[in-house]
Design a protein around this ligand. Structure first.
Ligand code: KG4
Ligand code: ZN
Length: 341
């Protein structure tokens, strides 16, 4: 007998992207993301504005996801949603919506941990993208998170290290702001770094024990460096922007790669997967790829739309949980601090 297809509607609203996706088993039928532009003028995400924008976006985004997928809501097998971690007001919008929709349609509800979803995004079926075998190491790097996770199985994960202060994306965005780049500065630093000299300005790397990270010291040292240089030459940034960006990026990539190498050494696992918005960074991509020939690693970088916050990654977790009967009841609430279970 032919196995019945499972259709999951997934909702992601943990930060400043409202997203909805429809999955047919492990394949994406649609993955709609509405990025909130309102935060640009504030130089960072404003939580209250984010939750209001989610409220405005959620109905049209879900509607679009269903239309694109050519799926009627009555065909859905379950609703998956991001329970946390994230901004409370933002999470509440997606959580409440998912709960009511599941109740209205009389179908199961599935809660998803956002960090677990960044990792399990590697299991979305996509042509030209291999899925990692277990166990593997995952480096999740974004504006909200920086973690090295040992992934033994879909739902058997252990955090080996994480940031003690800023996330790596924040390090990019905050240092970009110091040199006058608009928010989010990460992609711009990357673009400018391509034309600069990465060795132009050596910035200190933090000394953090084990596999944890720290980025706040780097931000401060860049701030002092810029203040010192611009005091001597008011045009310093303008004249050296590309070299500054290349040096910042070089240091951040070194910090990430040093810890990853340490994690590989410690665990003996040479399969390494990355995820999160910072995976778009050309520096980290090149450094990671180089380890294949130099150190014998096998590396996995998902399709870009699955790196940044998106609902398809919530949908794949929904599908994997559906198969195992891991459902959630209506008493579930959003969880701003939600460590990978
Ligand atoms: O995963 P994501 O879309 O949202 C969060 O969960 O934070 O990641 C956004 C972060 C921002 O900090 C942005 O500056 C950074 O990813 N980012 C980059 C690049 N593209 C996005 N950072 C460095 N280089 C890039 N090319
Ligand atoms: Zn994220």
């Amino acid at each position: 007998m032919k196995k019945q297809n499972i259709y999951i509607l997934a909702i992601e609203s943990s930060c400043d992207d409202t997203s909805a996706a429809v999955m047919c088993n492990d394949t994406t039928l649609s993955n709609v993301v509405a990025t909130q532009k309102i935060h640009e003028e504030y130089g960072g995400v404003v939580p209250e504005l984010a939750s209001r924008a989610h409220q405005q976006n959620i109905v049209p985004v879900i509607h679009q996801a269903l239309t694109k997928a050519k799926i009627d809501k009555n065909q859905l097998s379950a609703i998956a949603f991001t329970r946390g971690p994230g901004l409370m007001g933002s999470l509440l919008v997606g959580t409440s919506f998912a709960k009511s929709l599941a109740l209205g349609l009389g179908i199961p509800l599935i809660e998803v941990n956002h960090m677990q979803a960044h990792i399990l995004a590697h299991f979305i079926r996509e042509e030209g993208f291999d899925r990692p075998d277990f166990p593997f190491l995952a480096l999740t790097i974004s504006g909200g998170h920086t973690q090295i996770v040992l992934v033994r199985n879909y739902f058997d994960m252990e955090i080996l290290g994480e940031t003690l202060d800023d996330a790596v994306g924040e390090a990019f965005d905050k240092t970009a702001k110091i040199i006058g780049l608009p928010y989010p500065g990460g992609p711009l630093v990357d673009k400018l770094a391509l034309k600069g000299n990465p060795q132009a300005y050596p910035f200190p790397k933090p000394k953090v024990k084990g596999l944890n990270f720290s980025f706040s010291g780097l931000k401060t040292s860049i701030l002092y460096f810029i203040q010192r240089e611009t005091a001597a030459n008011p045009n310093f940034i303008e004249q050296n922007r590309e070299d500054i960006c290349a040096s910042i990026q070089y240091t951040i990539v070194e910090i990430l790669m040093d810890k990853l190498k340490k994690a590989v050494k410690q665990t003996g696992i040479k399969r390494v997967a990355i995820g999160g918005g910072v995976s778009a960074n050309s520096g980290i991509r090149i450094a990671l790829k180089n380890t294949e020939s130099q150190l014998g690693w096998t590396t996995y970088i998902p399709k870009f739309e699955y790196c940044t916050d998106n609902a398809a990654m919530i949908g794949i977790v929904g599908y994997l949980k559906f198969r195992e009967g891991k459902f959630t009841d209506q008493s579930v609430t959003a969880k701003a601090r939600y460590i990978i279970p």
